[in-house]
Design a protein around this ligand. Structure first.
Ligand code: XIL
Length: 301
């Protein structure tokens, strides 16, 4: 039977989902996870608070469960996320300056080494730009360690894993705007200076306040034209019925229109699995039945 994964594969793309290890005892969840998707992103299990709950003491149990299940099913894995202002363990939140910078480097080295050779891509840095409309960096504790923290994170990840694709990932960068242009300029600068970056992730959390931009494909294309792969990394679209289905189809068409768009990942399986379940933003309903948006995605491939 046609699945999201097989439909995408026919066009040389992957189709992924975020997955949560604690749901693996739910047979409806695992049936869909195992059969429909060709890429998996741990929803929370690879984040700093999960993998290094106390400083220099690492816990990979939940993340390893996801990687093992994916491997058993022939699925690839996107690592998410090595350096981020959010979901940091409290010990890291309480550090600053050189101590925080060194802790970030140690974290990246350990986690990227643990997963060396096992992942398709890493979100090395997540959400480092602000929503101010001026293209500035987010004023996070990591930013306060020095403006070079992003390139240091990328170089550290590369030193630990020589072959994994290294991505910058963010939200509200889905159309051409001040934030996406700031990311674009950073990527261009990194490529010019030999900072190892190979991909840009567009989260694509689409809601009524930020609907799918009309220049979505053009924005993906301008990044692709720099020479990096582009990936849709956390897609979810608020709504229901035909309107939601059409938006999903438009995302698929935009990716297919950009040869360097490697694939699409949705941020969960059933609406009830979503981090914003009130928006019913996913492809399967609470019972695990495919929605109109599911059929639209299959047709758009
Ligand atoms: C979300 C998860 O889905 C939730 O379970 C968690 O409570 C908070 O984080 N951008 C990201 C993701 O990069 O890691 C976030 O995931 C959603 C926004």
């Amino acid at each position: 039977a046609t699945t999201l994964g097989s439909a995408a594969s026919a066009k040389g793309r992957y189709f992924g989902t975020a997955a949560a290890a604690y749901k693996f005892s739910d047979s409806v969840y695992t049936r869909i996870l195992d059969s429909e998707f060709t890429m998996v992103t741990p929803e929370n299990e690879m984040k700093w608070d999960a993998t290094e709950p106390s400083q220099n003491s690492f816990n990979y149990a939940s993340a390893d469960t996801i990687v093992a299940r994916a491997k058993a099913n022939g699925q690839r894995v996107r690592g998410h996320a090595l350096a981020w202002h959010s979901q940091q363990p409290s010990w890291a939140q309480n550090l600053s300056g050189t101590a925080l910078r060194n802790a970030m480097v140690n974290h990246i080295t350990n986690v990227a080494t643990h997963y060396k050779g096992q992942l398709y891509a890493w979100d090395v840095v997540n959400e480092a730009f602000s929503d101010n409309g001026d293209g500035s960096r987010r004023n996070s504790n990591l930013q306060q360690t020095g403006n070079d923290w992003i390139e240091v994170a990328f170089r550290t990840a590369r030193a630990a894993d020589p072959n994994v694709k290294l991505c910058y990932n963010d939200y509200n960068t889905d159309g051409v705007n001040a934030k996406s242009t700031a990311v674009y300029n950073m990527v261009k600068d990194f490529l010019a200076r030999g900072v190892p970056i190979g991909c840009v992730g567009f989260q694509s959390h689409i809601n009524s306040a930020s609907p799918l931009p009309s220049d979505y494909q053009a924005n993906l294309q301008r990044f692709a034209d720099l020479g990096v792969e582009v990936q849709i990394t956390e897609l979810d679209i608020a709504g229901s019925g035909t309107a939601q289905a059409n938006s999903y189809a438009n995302v698929v068409k935009a990716c297919l229109g950009v040869s360097k768009c490697a694939g699409i990942t949705v941020w969960g399986i059933r609406d009830s699995d979503s981090w914003r379940s009130g928006d019913t933003p996913l492809l399967f309903d609470n019972s695990g039945d495919p929605k109109a948006a599911y059929n639209a995605v299959i047709s758009a491939f």
